[in-house]
Design a binder for this molecule. Structure first.
Ligand code: HSE
Length: 309
């Protein structure tokens, strides 16, 4: 294979209570990426979108992930990566993870699939480090695997795919900037035991609810007593959106990744659409531009859309 095009999905990290340890893949939005072998050595990055992201491989999240991978390949061929980003950078929807995971997934296909999924997660985390200063796998893992992922540990890497019932996801992305590095810096380094107990009760129950297909238990467990109180102040309208969406029938939800997007889970498509209306109305009233998505759980992760031999 000389050329491959893939679809790399958006993801929601944390799933409210599971900071850095839980994530879920979305059907939409997604990035398109094309990787092709080149006669000239080295890695070239081009953008087919207007975001103006870096093209120097070391400074680009996809480039950094690919370089980490190519270090492990003897006689690595030259490659050109074209990124058509549709997941807005800085949205809290795993835009950097989609680039990093997509790049190493595509390269693994071109190079003969010698690397395991865990290897790909490890390489892709170099991209996350460029994006936020810290390695974390709660976007990368569901992006690669689809569905819901649990990251028990990143060193050593230990990830688990969780079953999940059909669910609909509504996302609102208020067009403000929240940098992941800033959203991490404002977090307290220590957690009172009382809050920790509440949090791990919620994480455990959320995992149980997902695996048992118990929507009500999932809803009750979407509670974050540690991260959300600190981060939600960065997102205008957060409390209002959450309250109104719950009243509209959402199971629960909260900040998507490090924000500013907010997501809500619903049992039916109809409820997810009603939740979208509520979100739109609130941001129209506040006067902040926004985008909304109503989508479902992506069970496949990254998929191949075209190849050329
Ligand atoms: N778990 C990470 C965070 C996701 O919340 O900072 C950021 O993409």
């Amino acid at each position: 294979m000389k050329k491959i095009t893939i679809k790399s999905p958006a993801t929601i990290a944390n799933l409210v209570c599971g900071f850095d340890v839980l994530g879920l893949a979305l059907e939409a939005p997604y990035d398109l990426m094309t990787l092709e072998l080149q006669d000239q050595p080295g890695l070239r990055i081009e953008h087919a979108d207007g975001f103006g992201l870096p093209t120097i491989p070391e400074e680009n999240v996809a480039g950094a992930a690919l370089l980490a991978m190519l270090e492990q390949v003897s006689d690595a061929p030259g490659m050109k990566l074209t990124i058509d980003k549709r997941i807005m950078p800085g949205s809290g929807l795993g835009s950097s993870a989609a680039s990093a995971a997509g790049a190493v997934f595509a390269a693994n296909q071109l190079l003969g699939k010698n690397f395991s999924t865990n290897d790909l997660i490890r390489f892709a985390m170099y991209g996350e480090k460029v994006a936020s200063g810290v390695k974390h796998a709660d976007n990368i893992t569901p992006c690669l695997l689809g569905g819901v992922s649990l990251i028990r540990s990143i060193l050593p890497l230990d990830v688990v795919s969780l079953d999940a019932p059909a669910m609909f996801i509504t996302v609102v992305h208020p067009q403000i900037e929240v940098r992941t590095s800033d959203a991490r810096q404002i977090l307290k380094k220590e957690v009172p035991l009382k809050l920790a107990i509440k949090q791990w009760g919620n994480i455990a129950a959320l995992v149980a609810g997902l695996m048992q297909g118990d929507h009500e238990l999932i809803g009750r467990s979407l509670e974050d007593v540690i991260i959300e109180p600190a981060r939600s102040i960065l997102i205008p309208g957060f409390d209002q959106v959450k309250k109104a969406c719950m009243e509209a029938g959402a199971l629960g939800g909260g900040i998507s990744g490090s924000g500013p997007s907010i997501f809500m889970l619903s049992k039916s498509h109809q409820t997810a659409l009603e939740v979208e209306q509520v979100m739109q109305e609130i941001y129209r009233n506040i006067g902040i531009d926004f985008r909304t998505y109503v989508t479902s759980l992506n069970k496949k992760g990254i998929t191949i859309t075209a190849t050329l031999s």
